[in-house]
Design a protein around this ligand. Structure first.
Ligand code: SF4
Length: 189
């Protein structure tokens, strides 16, 4: 990994076991994608070669909750799907984290109807909200890096009864909207 080249052959390094464990955890985050709609396409794109989620050690998506520790909810969640999502969350190993990706997962988005969950944080402890409709892959990468910082700082809050408390970190959009390339006007025909 380059470290052995930087250090003399007979030297050694000291650290704390917690730091070592957190370093290993954050370098091998295992996402569990729950992608139901268009946000899922951006999630797939994040794992593709252009954005290369593998650079963050988080490219392994095997739809296997028992091995996963990062649930990414991407897209709208119908009320009928909710028990499945909750079961998947419960099957995942501890410690685990949750990203709510996109407007629909976080708020229901434009689907203000009785059939769509108006924010998964009502039912799951969401740690990071990734904004957008859909969020760009860069934005999801920001969200995953935020999870890595949380793991590094070992910031996993529990209430008095051992229940996981959500961290609820909201990512800021990281782009400046540009002006329209041509003036847009509505004229009489
Ligand atoms: S937030 Fe936008 S892109 Fe994502 S699932 Fe909803 S409608 Fe689709």
């Amino acid at each position: 990994m380059g470290l052995e080249a930087a250090m003399p052959a007979d030297s050694f390094m000291t650290t704390q076991i917690n730091r070592l464990i957190n370093w290993a955890r954050r370098s091998s985050v295992w996402p569990m994608p729950f992608a139901t709609a268009c946000c899922g396409i951006e999630l797939m794109s994040t794992a593709s070669s252009r954005y290369d989620l593998a650079r963050f050690g988080a490219e392994v998506m095997r739809f296997s909750p028992r091995q996963s520790d990062l649930l990414i909810v991407a897209g709208r969640i119908a009320v009928k799907m909710l028990p499945v999502l909750q079961r998947i969350y419960l099957q995942m190993c501890e410690p685990k984290w949750v990203i709510s990706m996109g407007a629909c997962a976080s708020t229901g988005g434009v689907f203000d109807t009785y059939a769509v969950v108006q924010g998964v944080d009502q039912f799951l402890p969401v740690d990071v909200y990734v904004p957008g409709c859909p969020p760009r892959p860069e934005m999801l990468l920001e969200g995953i890096m935020a999870i890595q910082r949380i793991i590094d700082s070992e910031n996993i809050p529990y209430d008095g009864e051992g229940r996981r408390l959500p961290l609820q970190v909201a990512m800021e959009p990281n782009y400046e909207p540009r002006p329209q390339p041509a003036e847009v006007s509505i004229g009489a025909t």
